[in-house]
Ligand binder design. Sequence first.
Ligand SMILES: Cc1cc2nc3c(=O)[nH]c(=O)nc-3n(C[C@H](O)[C@H](O)[C@H](O)COP(=O)(O)O)c2cc1C
Length: 147
Amino acid sequence: MAKIILVYGSTTGNTEVLSEHVAAGLKQAGADVTVKNVIDAGVDELIDYDAIVFGCSTWGVGELQDDFIDFHDEMDGTFLEGKKAAVFGPGDSDGYPDTFCVAVDILEERLENCGALIVAESFKVDGDVEPAFEDAKTWGLKIAEAL
Ligand SMILES: Cc1cc2nc3c(=O)[nH]c(=O)nc-3n(C[C@H](O)[C@H](O)[C@H](O)COP(=O)(O)O)c2cc1C
């Protein structure tokens, strides 16, 4: 059974609630999932898991959610060779058409730079997250097979 850590950063709670649904999908697929707010997670913990899932909203104009900024910086130079990974996050393409869900792309790039393998297409939620709860669970279920 794959041991997965899901780390999320969330300012108004949207990514947090999406994380619960993604985690439900992963668990339904039989994965052993640990869900952590990035505030409570350490970069050195990542090495203890087979696979890494990040959830992060985009703030500012194409920036990481505040709590993820230091974590992202600290990941620089971390060796994650052999780890599988996937990333999701909410955004708003109406308000921010040029930087829609850029935080997801930033985290994918950092994971790849650390040697992790992105095994599934990212899951980006546009606008209200509530209608996407079922899709979030389905995404979790789907990526569990690849992680
Ligand atoms: C000040 C501000 C800046 C934002 N910037 C972006 C952005 O650049 N790109 C984007 O896709 N969404 C942007 N958003 C939308 C948020 O990512 C969206 O509301 C998200 O659901 C927040 O998730 P959270 O509660 O987990 O932090 C922004 C929202 C606000 C209020």
